[in-house]
Design a binder for this molecule. Sequence first.
Ligand code: NAD
Length: 503
Amino acid sequence: MMNATTESPACQLSADGSQQVNVPITVARGDGIGPEIMEATLKVLKAAGARIAIEEIEIGEKVYGRGHLSGIEESSWESLRRTKVFLKAPITTPQGGGVKSLNVTTRKTLGLYANVRPCVSYSPFVATKHPTMDLVIIRENEEDLYAGIEHRQTDEVYQCLKLISRPGTEKIVRYAFEYARLHNRKKVTCFAKDNIMKLTDGLFHKVFDEVAAEYPELENEFWIIDIGAAKMADTPEAFDVIVMANLYGDILSDVAAQIAGSVGIAGSANIGEHCAMFEAIHGSAPRRAGQNVANPSGLMLGAVQMLVHINQPDVATLFHNAWLKTMEDGIHTYDIYKEGVSKQKVGTQEFAQAVIDRIGQKPSTLKAVSYQANVVEAGEPKKTYTPTVPANKQTVGVDVFLHVKTPTDVEALAVKLQAAQLPNLPLKLISNRGQKVWPNGFAETFHTDHWRCRYENKEGQSISHKDIVTLLANVDAQGLDFIKTENLCTFDGEIGWTAAQGS
Ligand code: NAD
């Protein structure tokens, strides 16, 4: 369902008196607190003189309710593809029922690969333990565990595929360095867990090091994410720009926003090569809906990022400085209101009015902003990734995954699996949840009903697809329930799989 609002004329006057064409943007009011914080944000956009022509679309709960599994209708995609700019309030994702997250769908469908989340403290006006914190999390937005490829494989085991691609990683890491350069940041940090996920997070780390070498003027560093996250929560001022994969960035940007003052005060830009989407980092907070209490600041700061993106730095500057002055004047919603620090506790719409009343003013203690014209957001027009040169790929084995109920006699299982093997594809090992249980397993190791059986050519010689098909027919003839296979391949001689734990 799409409505073009009648409030937005095609043209209007800018601050210098020249007539300017209004930029079409798509707006969605969302669910829960979404409509209230969007109303507040649109009021300030209008008062600040944003030169925009709004097309409204409906997304979220009501659209899911009409049977659209991604919470968005075809006509809304048409609006998004036409305007290429989306100001979006949070939505509620229904549980179960085969529905897909609209947020993930929108980001991936429109190729919005970079999620930019500034997390800044506004001390002494907003209470925080980290008064000088000013960091930006650049979150990869399209892959990782958010590929949404999940399967129940056995009675006991469920699987979610973590996909990390070289182009996807290079795009986000390059974006982070370009962003740092463009915004006069000094350092880019990478968080990953490559000590455990050696291939996926290992690729993320490797590509980070490769791209970092192209930006010698910027400091770079790498942290294993567990200790990096602890350091960020304890000493966020030690960080500047942090780049990370999707799930890590999703979690840690909420942490960073919360320790800066509130999850309610961080905005976010989702940038792609063709389109961009702007939103708050928080969700629809259904428990707070309809009470006029939610903090609209996250969406307001997302709207400021949008104004910069559509090259209206004058309006972005007016809006942002008025918001900073409101913070400084202690006019706060419940989530950041603190006795002795804040001056007045206000609701969502009163907060918006306070920002409108301060348009044209600047903060005196907090640093005022001054956006420049034609700041091209990093990642848009430049080189984003290097096309991959195909390697010499050899298939030298296969992991066959089985569903075999427990308790199982592992030696008896191995006998059946060996009966199925081919001369050039002998059984090498059996593992359970990645831990080797044959040969020489430990009686203490816990077993689920999910078994990985590795067949590998001893000399590293190539095997054929036909060999794999024959092997599977043999496994089937042994009465074993195979649930999937993964080929073991080398790429230019480099092994493309990990060893089993304990092997
Ligand atoms: P949430 O961010 O909606 O709310 C968590 C808590 O944070 C709230 O109870 C509230 O105390 C506080 N909070 C959040 N935003 C606030 C604001 N603007 N002002 C004041 N306090 C605020 O997280 P949740 O409860 O885990 O998720 C609720 C729903 O939102 C879920 O359906 C989830 O899928 C969805 N969600 C949507 C988006 C999005 O649309 N971009 C993002 C995250 C979660």
